[in-house]
Design a protein. Structure first.
Length: 437
């Protein structure tokens, strides 16, 4: 069975290959193909990969492999996996357990609500999975000893920063040994915040960015519906989520206030929906995610920040109630549907005031998104149609100029030789050690 599994090419232990095969994972995804060798080599890593690309296994597998290679009984935990939220930490821990099921490796989840005494009465775990705040509290109380850690993985680093957890992460790193390997995974590598954070955490990292921000899966059918105003938009949304083809939908808004208003209106219409935003307490958030995942509430209205790290399979529709202000956010949103062999629908509702945001997206994608109408809910008013035609005409002019500029760009000289530079053996230094020098 293992001979047919392409993961064997990554020099993984037979126990890990057996676990992968039992989960029907027979071929590594691009992020797994790129990241696993880097981490097994002992290098620091900065990786950009969206949710749903297999990035969790991209760091869990090399973590498990390193422990199998060490073959020692730990006195203290050896590997640390950090996540911004409790539910994401739980998902990572489930992956560790599933992929390590045929190994003697032990892991422990440390989040709010998990009894620490249960861990202290057991054998020392090889791997800790935790959120920064919870771990920092336990370290401060002397309940957790990180003195033997040699690897730290920080998942969803961009969301860590969005939630203001960067300082907690740095405080944790201050407690680590002088030399340790670090990996930072993020949905996007865009922006100065990530670069600054990475410079503080990583030492001469390998950089992998597989987001391909201008690419959308062919499994996703993109659509645009034009709306006159907010009232028209709500009626369009109701028609979309009550269509029989809409089995599970994720509705995005740009603001939490809008999300609350849309959710309230849908519930008044009898739609089984639920709301997710950043101000929800963790127990309530988990309860609503579970209701969405099980189908009890198949329509989820959410902001971008609240939906980060959300892992729900078979989302049939992603609906942009508000047009996102950036193309990368649009691509990240619609990437929640059309996964695997499933076809997904990504529908964006656009008022005239949001045409500029749509223009940015279409310019970035280098395509004009198809416009559809819903019978009985067509656009009203000739003035809107006239302005829309003018907008489309200008967009074509911009695209022609973009191609013309690309043709006029001078060709870059090709390098005759390239030698990969490796940094094996150079110890990492934690921030406190560097500061002491």
């Amino acid at each position: 069975m293992n001979s047919h599994n392409a993961f064997t090419e990554l020099d993984l232990d037979d126990a890990l290959i057996a676990a992968l095969s039992s989960l029907h994972f027979n071929r590594p995804t691009p992020i797994q193909q790129a990241a696993i060798p880097v981490l097994l080599e002992g290098r620091d890593l900065l990786a950009g990969a969206a949710t749903g690309t297999g990035k969790t296994a991209a760091f869990v597998l090399p973590v498990l492999q390193q422990l199998l290679d060490e073959a020692t009984v730990p006195q203290q935990p050896r590997k640390l996996l950090l996540a911004p939220t409790r539910e994401l930490a739980q998902q990572i821990h489930q992956n560790v357990q599933a992929l390590g099921r045929f190994t003697p490796i032990r892991s422990q989840l440390l989040i709010g609500g998990v009894a620490l005494q249960q861990w202290q009465q057991r054998e020392t775990p090889h791997i800790l999975v935790s959120t920064p705040g919870r771990l920092l509290t336990l370290v401060g109380e002397g309940a957790v000893d990180l003195s033997e850690l040699d690897l730290v993985v920080i998942d969803e680093a961009d969301r860590m920063l969005d939630m203001g957890l960067g300082a907690d992460v740095m405080a944790i790193l201050e407690t680590l040994p002088q030399s340790f390997q670090a990996a930072l995974f993020s949905a996007t590598l865009a922006g100065e915040g990530i670069d600054t954070f990475a410079e503080s955490v990583l030492d001469d990292p390998v950089r992998i960015d597989l987001n391909h921000p201008d690419t959308v899966s062919q499994q996703v059918q993109q659509q645009v519906i034009h709306a006159n105003d907010a009232s028209h938009k709500r009626r369009l949304l109701h028609a979309l989520v009550t269509d029989p083809s809409c089995q599970r939908a994720l509705v995005f808004t740009n603001k939490k206030e809008t999300a609350a208003q849309v959710n309230d209106w849908l519930r008044q219409q009898g739609v089984p929906c639920t709301l997710l935003h950043g101000d929800l307490p963790a127990p309530k958030r988990l309860e609503r995610i579970q209701a969405y995942r099980t189908g009890k509430r198949p329509i989820l209205v959410s902001t971008d920040l609240a939906a980060r790290g959300l892992d729900v399979p078979e989302i049939t529709h992603v609906i942009n109630y508000d047009v996102p202000h950036r193309a990368d956010i649009y691509i990240h949103r619609i990437g929640r549907t059309g996964r695997g062999q499933n076809v997904g629908i990504a529908c964006t509702l656009v008022t005239f005031e949001q045409l500029k945001d749509l223009q940015r997206i279409e310019y970035r994608l280098d395509q004009t998104l198809p416009v559809i109408t819903i019978p009985g809910l067509e656009l009203k008013g000739e003035s809107f149609a006239e302005r829309l035609r003018e907008y489309r005409r200008k967009l074509k002019q911009i695209k022609r100029q973009k191609k013309k500029n690309a043709l006029n760009q001078p060709k870059k000289k090709r390098k005759l030789r390239h030698r990969a530079q490796k940094n094996k053996g150079n110890p990492r230094r934690s921030p406190n050690k560097v500061a002491q020098k």
